[in-house]
Design a protein around this ligand. Structure first.
Ligand code: GLA
Length: 741
């Protein structure tokens, strides 16, 4: 790892273990150009050639006849607006004269060990011996605008964290109308884009297609990351797969409106910009004021998608998630949502808890419906007081009884929302987002609270704290069940209304920060109608996020595969639920549901008191399985072996313990087919010369893992493969456990 400034060449060279990123300063004018991002280079000799500055018709310093053609093809490190580069700009301004042009050039730089926090925003972090940062200060003299382009490299991970801090160093106010977190220009190598799309209960399905001339983007204007598009894009070379080909990943550490766009221009070069969606965004900067963009993670792999996955998993595990639960076993929870929906009382919850405790489940989570007069989803959001008709003895007494069973207790909140039918709305109708004179749009019969306002945040957090202080509550599920509409804040002047989307996100982050500061030992799980706000920003506050409201094991194979491409398994909230499944009506074996949930946080979301004896008998086996393997799943190295989304037949992935002693191979046969051979799947990350004993997780009586009597060398398993029998029936699943001898 390291950052150096090569004085003679005027190049900055940023190295991660396997990658190099080079930025160049060009001529007296201080143009900042992007030179290189790819495999690690030992030396940068000759790299400045890659900027093509000596090609006509305009060459800096020599003639100024056609400056525009230079502007429009130079690989900028942070693109300008309105002065000759007609590709996507990284920044746009409205100055006091109403002009939008802006052009940033090099002023100074600083290289230091460590990394600063980003004011009010989630961001990656690391100690002085783990991270090094380059800050390049650029300026637009005309505007009096300064921009600090920040780059941090990590000693253990092939990732670069970029962000930009703006400062109005001039004498008059400026309005930022666009402020992207990064820009990356490079020659197109026939790149294909991999992006994640979906909807409620169908989050993050992978899509891959070539990018052509023009612009291709993913974005949202829903005020949250969204179920529909994800704040991630990878550009990969044709034919790139898990093991080979080049992959560039762009992932925003942000939970609001975003844009990630790839543009191929007339010279077949590609520009990627990523950051806050400029639509409906503006930020007023009076003299002396600053604006910090969110962070974007860049990663490059010369070893296919698997390399990209490894870097992102490493980065998020070691440099983003702060929770005390990061490396700790998460308690096996049972959530009552699919068990009871709103129809529960103390007795029902205790019945579930009693049965669960006996089966090895460790925590009861009381979901939506415990507060105000919340008997359905039409009311009571904002009234965070316990409904004592449902919980007769109050919350304290319920929690005590649950604790007496040896179980922990967790609770659900939706702090950013307000129901029209609520005491809070009666008292503060103006706290809901609504445009004056316009009827606001309801979603799930609720409005969004204007959490950009401090008094709103204070009121909600006081209520939340009062509940959490009133009993021994060890887990919170923080939900957010509708997108933002009707953007207007009664607290902002008209020239600052464009700040509201971002101020909302900052307000929400502040609330989450307050929560984990007040309750440092809390296990926080974020959620948004399932996985509508599953993003790196939220992982800064919670080590796990509810992956999807779709708990069907087969649907989950796809959702969890795509999610695991960029997030560690330990972040994915995954539960065993009943069949027919509540979202798709599918029947799958109880074993399969357990195996699929094991690849996430593992828990239950069903009424155990109503389970068949046969299924119930499996719960203690499953909980034992979790106890046996949680460390390995949480800390291990993940490898995708085969994708059901691609082969339409079966799913297979592997997790290796960090010390290499043990590996799990998760295999699910989605559809059985007649007249086929067994499958042979090549494993990854084993020791070539080592021998492995092959066991199988068993849900039958006796040992949890059964010896299959098979042994194979690492090279046979990796280059030949592991033979997997066809299973009788659909939706059947097995877990193999490899023991290194
Ligand atoms: C969202 C969550 C669910 C559940 C409900 C409660 O949809 O994703 O898990 O908590 O809200 O209203």
């Amino acid at each position: 790892m390291g950052i150096s400034y090569l004085e003679n060449q005027k190049l900055f060279k940023l190295d991660t273990p396997n990658t190099t990123y080079i930025i160049g300063i060009v001529d007296q004018e201080g143009f900042l150009g992007h030179v290189y991002y790819g495999r690690r280079l030992q030396e940068a000799q000759g790299a400045e050639e890659l900027l093509r500055t000596l090609e006509g018709p305009f060459t800096p310093e020599k003639n100024s006849r056609d400056r525009s053609s230079f502007m429009d093809c130079f690989p900028w490190e942070y693109s300008s607006h309105g002065v000759g580069d007609f590709r996507e700009s990284s920044i746009r301004i409205k100055d006091e004269n109403g002009c939008s042009a802006v052009m940033l050039t090099y002023l100074s730089h600083e290289i230091y060990k460590g990394k600063h926090l980003l004011q009010g925003l989630p961001a990656t972090f690391g100690s002085e011996d783990q991270v090094e940062t380059l800050e390049i200060t650029c300026e637009d003299k005309c505007l009096g605008l300064r921009a600090v382009l920040s780059y941090s490299v990590f000693e253990d991970t092939d990732a670069i964290a970029r962000s930009v801090r703006f400062e109005n160093a001039g004498k008059s106010a400026l309005c930022l109308e666009k402020a992207m977190s990064c820009c990356l220009d490079m020659d197109n190598r026939g790149f294909e884009a991999i992006t994640l799309h979906g909807s409620w209960a169908r989050e993050r399905r992978m899509e891959r297609k070539p990018i052509g001339h023009g612009k291709f983007s993913v974005s949202t204007l829903r005020g949250e990351t969204s179920h529909q598009e994800h704040c991630f894009m990878a550009l990969v070379t044709p034919g790139a797969d898990q093991d080979k080909g080049e992959a560039y990943g762009f992932h925003l550490v942000y939970s609001g409106n975003f844009l990630i766009q790839a543009e191929v221009n007339q010279f077949d070069s590609v520009r990627v910009v990523a950051g806050i969606n400029p639509e409906d965004f503006s930020w007023r900067l009076t003299p002396g004021e600053t604006f910090q963009t969110p962070e974007v993670i860049l990663t490059y792999s010369a070893e296919g998608l698997g390399g990209m996955t490894k870097s992102l998993h490493g980065l998020y595990r070691n440099h983003l998630i702060r929770s005390p639960y990061l490396h700790k076993k998460r308690p096996i929870l049972i959530n009552n949502w699919e068990a009871t929906y709103f129809d529960f009382d103390e007795k029902k919850l205790l019945d579930i808890a009693k049965e669960s405790a006996a089966l090895g489940i460790e925590m009861l989570v009381m979901d939506d419906g415990w507060f105000g007069n919340r008997y359905d989803d039409n009311r009571a959001l904002g009234d965070w007081q316990v409904n004592e008709n449902k919980l007769k003895g109050g919350l304290g007494s319920l929690v005590e009884k649950v604790n007496a069973l040896g179980m922990k207790f967790g609770i659900w909140f939706e702090p950013e929302m307000i129901s029209k039918e609520s005491e809070l709305y009666k008292q503060h109708p103006d706290w809901a987002l609504a445009v004056p004179g316009r009827k606001p749009t309801l979603a799930r019969n609720q409005y969004v609270l204007d959490v950009s306002r401090k008094e709103v945040r204070d009121c909600i957090m006081e209520q939340v704290f009062a509940v959490l202080h009133s009993a021994n509550i060890e887990y919170v599920k923080w939900d957010m069940n509708r997108p933002l509409t009707d953007l207007y804040s009664a607290s902002l002047p008209s020239d600052r209304q464009g700040e509201l989307y971002h101020r909302y996100v900052l307000g929400m982050y502040e609330m989450q920060e307050r929560l984990i500061t007040e309750f440092p030992n809390l296990l926080l799980e974020n959620c948004s109608g399932g996985g509508g706000r599953f993003d790196p920003g939220m992982l800064y506050y919670s080590p796990q996020i509810w992956c999807s409201d779709d708990t069907d094991a087969i649907e989950r194979l796809a959702i969890q595969e795509s999610t695991a491409m960029i997030y560690p398994l330990s972040t994915m909230g995954a539960h065993v639920s009943v069949c027919p499944n509540h979202t798709v009506g599918r029947n799958t074996p109880f074993e399969t549901r357990g195996y699929v949930a094991l690849a996430g946080t593992f828990g239950y979301e069903l009424d155990v008191t109503k389970l068949s004896d046969e299924d119930k008998a499996l719960v203690p086996r499953q909980t034992a399985m979790y106890h046996r393997f949680h460390d390995l799943v949480r800390e291990g190295d993940y490898y995708r072996l085969s994708s059901w989304q691609e082969n339409k037949s079966y799913d297979c992935f592997q997790v290796n313990s960090p010390d290499g002693k043990e590996s799990l191979v998760f295999y699910t046969q989605v559809l059985n087919e007649p007249a086929r051979h067994s499958r042979i799947v090549r494993l990854k990350g084993l020791e070539e010369g080592a021998r492995y004993r092959i066991h199988m997780v068993s849900m039958e009586d006796g040992e949890l893992t059964k010896d299959t009597g098979r042994e194979a060398s690492g090279e046979v398993l990796m280059y030949g493969g592991l033979r997997l029998e066809r299973l009788w029936g659909d939706f059947r699943s097995q877990i193999f456990c490899l023991e290194r001898l």
